[in-house]
Design a protein around this ligand. Sequence first.
Ligand code: NZQ
Ligand code: ZN
Length: 386
Amino acid sequence: MNNFELKNPTKIIFGKDTIKQLESEIPKDAKVLLLYGGGSIKKNGIYEQVKKALTKVDVVEFGGIPANPEYATLMEALQVIKEENITYLLAVGGGSVIDGTKFLSAAALFEGDTPWDILTNNIRTEIGMPFATVLTLPATGSEMNSGAVITRAETKEKLAMGGPGLFPVFSILDPQVISSIPQRQLANGLMDSFTHVLEQYMTYPVGALLQDRFAESILQTIIEIAPKVLKDPTDYEAAANFMWSCTMALNGLIQKGVPGDWAVHAMGHELTALFGIDHARTLAIITPSHYKFNFETKKEKLAQFGERVWKIKEGNKEERAHAAIDKTEAFFHKLGIQTKLSDYTDDYKGTAEEIAKRFTDRGWLGLGEHQNLTPEKVEKIVKMAY
Ligand code: NZQ
Ligand code: ZN
């Protein structure tokens, strides 16, 4: 097991009818900016619940943060923060609204030239403006981690940021919010959380028995509840297990003491930036090719995953590892998610070269758990995913 440090300061308030607890959690003297997305919260009753809990606090609102939170929109919100002397941010939404809020938390206190530098220069945020979240869509784990991914349409870029100052103070997770989520977004949440676990598990063994079993238990839970969540999003038990699995998949716990990959996400973000494909679906496109291309270095864990999660008993180690990749791709299809780039766009020619060039330009010369995935290898993986 590798050495590690673990600190996660986010308070989680989980369960039925917990949104009203905003009233006691938000400081009474705060001037709050309530941030939300395209308006789903106004149709499903979440907005009313939030407003009711905030009647005693000074609140300004900013709606319209799009999926894949857009820099230009966030800069408008930053203006509001400055003009209104906001002291506390409250994100009500999925990963996009929460990530946008994290960017604002950092940008509000940033002293450099332009907040875009936080993303291009990899500036870690040590202290941000305090913020909390009401999660409306289980998927990213952003409600309990300190990372964010921001898009800039103007340059077709999608870049990550983070730092210890970007953990939410608290996050409210009421699984009842799932009942209004469209099928496409439910499938995305299942896919994204599943891949988050894989990125931290499908590397090579380091004797971290407990971390492996944490990861496998989350994968097994997602596989078990996926059909129930998709069939009936009002099934509270399934919804609760779905929501908590997504949070646990990316709150830092399972990555401690083990190597991480994250190359699937790096390539996937480029597909979102170039084609606007939903984040989760980009992961489904890259994952099978990535595991086939890196089969030799990942086969120990692939075989273990096959045996423990997919219950594959037959064949030698290599055969079980190959069968695990096939089972995983079949699971993505069962979620209703296609796994080839050509399923999403006809305009895919040259994509692999473009992504390899971007990685070269950024100096990303060695991705993955061995830091040996060169832009040339990335180009091959993306081509395999056409
Ligand atoms: O905008 P509104 O109208 O609210 O609608 C949203 C949006 O259209 C809708 N929705 C959310 N909750 C709903 C709902 N519709 C009905 N009922 C509800 N209760 O769902 C749509 C998608 O929302 P979005 O927030 O974009 O989805 P998700 O949570 O999947 O977030 C995706 C973003 O998070 C980033 C992704 O790259 C992408 O930008 N990620 C963030 C990570 C992190 N911070 O740790 C890690 C991830 O790997 C990921 O990169
Ligand atoms: Zn993800």
